[in-house]
Design a protein around this ligand. Structure first.
Ligand SMILES: C[S@@+](CC[C@H](N)C(=O)[O-])C[C@H]1O[C@@H](n2cnc3c(N)ncnc32)[C@H](O)[C@@H]1O
Length: 280
């Protein structure tokens, strides 16, 4: 039984960061006519009620999407993301938050496909119900790392693999790296987005070293810290590694991350950076 439930965290700063970048990756894929395939290995429930008692418990969205929602100075690069959040809310009031499945689905054309993988039975049921009538979306109760072996390479030979683990088990950085290597071995031309929490320096250096040692090129690293130290139950920041980013993604991502930092940072703390962990 998995203890992690994303409803407790929906719309937090990490969601804003990952989903704003995810929207840009999807836009990049949709620029070419050729069909694409998307795989979300840790999909969650796809749609979150911020009024639910779980979401209200720590109200993480208040230091995430709530800080962005009413801003009038959003850079153009944030528009695809904020439009996706607006689409979940009938009026201008923020009541619901989209998960990665709904965000990805929004950018697909009639010939694109999406596979959503979720290991928690209850969350899988909710997610399956949300996409029950959608023939372009396949929802599976499966280990996301197994899905990398089972579903790659896609027949389209183009696509995005989003690995967004809840990091609620020990050794997750190793599992993430090994899973990525497995996927990349089968589908080297795919775009990969790997989300991770910022942990202690030794863990972070180990992860970067292992990723660099895979021999895979074109790994863009994006990080956002919202405070200098982690507090109980919450990390100080998070990052995303994007492998084979689409053309123009880097420039958009730099603007997004630079804009988000002062908006989401607590008391001017934290930091942000975008750099090539491994260049071309
Ligand atoms: C961070 S949440 C996902 C959030 C979602 N990607 C989004 O952006 O809206 C991680 C999800 O992965 C699920 N999960 C945990 N371990 C998994 C595994 N090995 N395979 C697939 N799903 C897993 C959890 O139940 C949880 O719903």
């Amino acid at each position: 039984m998995l203890a992690y439930r994303h409803l407790f965290h929906a719309g937090n700063f990490a969601d804003v960061f990952k989903h704003a970048l995810l929207a840009q990756l999807m836009l990049g894929l949709a620029k070419k006519d050729k069909p694409f395939f998307c795989l979300d290995t840790h999909a969650g429930t796809g749609h979150y009620d911020l009024g639910h008692e779980w979401a209200r418990k720590n109200a993480e969205y208040k230091s995430g999407i709530s800080l962005v929602w009413n801003r009038t100075d959003l850079p153009a690069e944030m528009t695809p993301y904020i439009d996706a959040v607006r689409a979940e809310n009938a009026d201008r009031k923020l009541n619901f938050y989209p998960g990665s499945p709904r965000i990805m689905r929004r950018f697909m054309r009639a010939h694109d496909r999406l596979a959503l993988i979720e290991l928690n039975k209850r969350d899988h049921e909710t997610l399956a119900a949300l996409f029950a009538n959608d023939r372009q979306v396949q929802v599976r109760l499966l280990d996301g790392y197994q899905a990398l072996k089972a579903l790659l390479p896609p027949s389209e030979r183009r696509g995005l693999v989003f690995i967004d683990s809840s990091f609620d088990r020990a050794q997750e950085f190793k599992r993430l790296t090994d899973g990525f290597v497995e996927g990349h071995r089968k589908f080297a031309t795919g775009v990969y987005a790997l989300w991770y929490p910022l942990m202690d320096a030794i863990a972070m250096q180990g992860f970067e070293r292992r990723m660099a040692a895979t021999g895979v090129k074109k790994i863009l690293q994006l990080e956002l810290a919202v405070r200098n130290l982690g507090v109980a139950g919450s990390v100080r920041g998070c990052g995303m590694l994007v492998v084979n980013p689409p053309f123009e993604f880097e420039a958009a991502a730099r603007k997004i991350v630079a804009w988000l930092w002062p908006v989401l940072a607590e008391n001017g703390e934290g930091s942000q950076h975008v750099r090539w962990l491994v260049p071309e």
